[in-house]
Design a protein around this ligand. Structure first.
Ligand code: FES
Ligand SMILES: [Fe+2]
Length: 453
């Protein structure tokens, strides 16, 4: 059995313009992603409006780690590992609720404050003189390495040490800013439960799709193209305004030039967005009273600037996407090399008319729901790709569109909107954070994959 470094394991799987299929199909690579990539990066946990009151909690996972997001008595949002320090039992099983002032383990009733500290143990005298105070268990429920609440969006880094939040996200935070600034009160509120949709494919396919501008007019022709055709053929008065559903679906059929001209911006560490100059969200009708409400807060000039920013999809590497103009967030939660749970969340803009969240909900139902018209098209492409990659005919996945020698992915750039630079940017960041800290801890030294399997 020969020890092999993580770099030696993954580097043969990556080229500047292509990646090996193992990145999508190998369960060994998936496990390494969970152990390294999802440990070293800042991963989205939830929105603080999901836990508005002290003791409110929401359970989810960061990578493959079950966690609890909870509002502590000091009003801060904490992120704890969902695991009892006694025998390992998951402390909370419900998706969300209110735990009051403490968590209580259902197995032996150890209790913990909402920051994880051990509060009480029944029959504590049994630990007297045993050195229990020095044990890991006495430390209570473990916190994740670091937590940041950015304008309501809660992120966690599992690793104790690592890249800082602002260094990691840099200029990409401007997309969150624009989404929140659209609220006349400067805050968002989660609206309802997310749409949850299981995909039998690798999580990275979904993330790549968010900036894949060469597929809508092809993969969505059967749904969006049909809708456009029906609308065109319908009898209606000259110049009749498009109904909201048509405003949402018709831009999916825009020609290549539209997507080329919209532009793509990439930031270091795998973040990027489509829709630099315009987007499929640019031409929605104004909602009465909204501009006035926003202007009352910001003044007309600033309100115009905020609404003039119509970014399409912003990818926050590794695994979420937001749409600022319609207040949506999609979380691509990896469950296995070939299983991804997609959550599509929508937000209400505090202080804005209800029509806005109604449009957002309509978008979510039409485009992202398990019952949607459009989401199925993408799902079929991912699952076909997952199946196709089982073929031994070819081993590489191509991401070469508009590639240039010497491309520097550590620099922000704006390019033609059909570039695959953002996909390359994600793989560049993938390698960077898979290997982050490897040399410090030596923890990434591993056995050859055949031995590990
Ligand atoms: S396992 Fe939690 S109290 Fe024993
Ligand atoms: Fe799509």
């Amino acid at each position: 059995m020969t020890a092999m470094s993580l770099a030696e394991r993954i580097d043969p799987l990556m080229r500047p313009q292509a990646v090996h299929r193992d990145l999508y199909t190998s369960q060994d690579i998936y496990r390494l992603e969970m152990r390294h990539l999802f440990r070293n990066t800042w991963v989205y946990v939830g929105h603080d409006s999901q836990v508005p009151n002290k003791g409110d909690y929401y359970t989810t996972q960061v990578g493959d780690q079950p966690v609890i997001m909870v509002r502590h008595v000091d009003n801060e949002v904490k992120v704890l590992h969902n695991r009892c320090p006694h025998k390992g039992t998951k402390i909370v099983i419900d998706r969300s609720g209110n735990t009051g002032k403490f968590f209580r383990c259902p197995y032996h009733a150890w209790s913990f404050k909402t920051d994880g500290c051990l509060l009480a143990i029944p029959l504590k005298k049994g630990y007297e003189g045993t050195g229990f105070d020095q044990s890991e268990a006495a430390g209570g429920m473990a916190s994740v390495g670091a937590v940041e609440n950015y304008r309501g969006f809660v992120f966690a880094r599992l690793a104790e040490d690592g890249i800082g939040f602002h260094e990691y996200f840099g200029g990409s935070l401007s997309s969150f800013d624009n989404m929140v600034d659209r609220s006349p009160e400067g805050r968002l509120i989660v609206s309802g439960q997310p749409l949850r949709y299981m995909h039998k494919c690798n999580w990275k396919m979904l993330v790549e799709n968010q900036t894949d501008t060469c597929h809508p007019m092809v993969a969505h022709e059967s749904s969006a193209g049909t809708a456009v055709k029906i609308w065109e053929e319908m009898e209606k008065p000259e110049g009749a305004p498009k109904p909201p559903a048509m405003e949402i679906i018709a831009p999916f059929m825009s020609p290549y030039e539209f997507f080329e001209n919209m532009g793509i911006r990439t930031w270091p560490n795998g973040h990027g967005h489509t829709g630099v100059h315009h987007s499929i969200h640019s031409d929605y009708s104004a909602v009465p009273g909204y501009f006035e409400a926003l202007s009352a807060t910001h003044g007309e000039e600033r309100a115009k600037t905020i609404l003039g920013e119509n970014r399409h999809n912003t990818v926050y590497f590794p695994n979420i996407m937001i749409k600022g103009p319609i207040q949506q967030l999609r979380n691509f939660i990896p469950l296995a090399a070939d299983r991804t749970l997609v959550e599509s969340w929508i937000f209400r803009l505090a202080g804005a008319p209800d029509e806005l969240v109604a449009r957002t909900a309509m978008y979510n139902r039409m485009i992202n729901a398990p019952t949607s018209m459009v989401g199925h098209d993408d799902l079929e492409m991912y699952e076909r790709a997952q199946e196709g990659m089982a073929s031994d005919g070819l081993e590489w996945v191509n991401v070469q569109r508009l590639y240039e020698d010497g491309e520097n992915l550590e620099e922000e750039a704006v390019l033609n909107g059909t570039t695959e630079r953002q996909m390359r940017n994600q793989f560049h960041a993938w390698r960077k954070f898979m290997l982050w800290g490897e040399n410090q801890s030596g923890a990434a030294a591993m056995q050859r994959p055949e031995a590990a399997e």
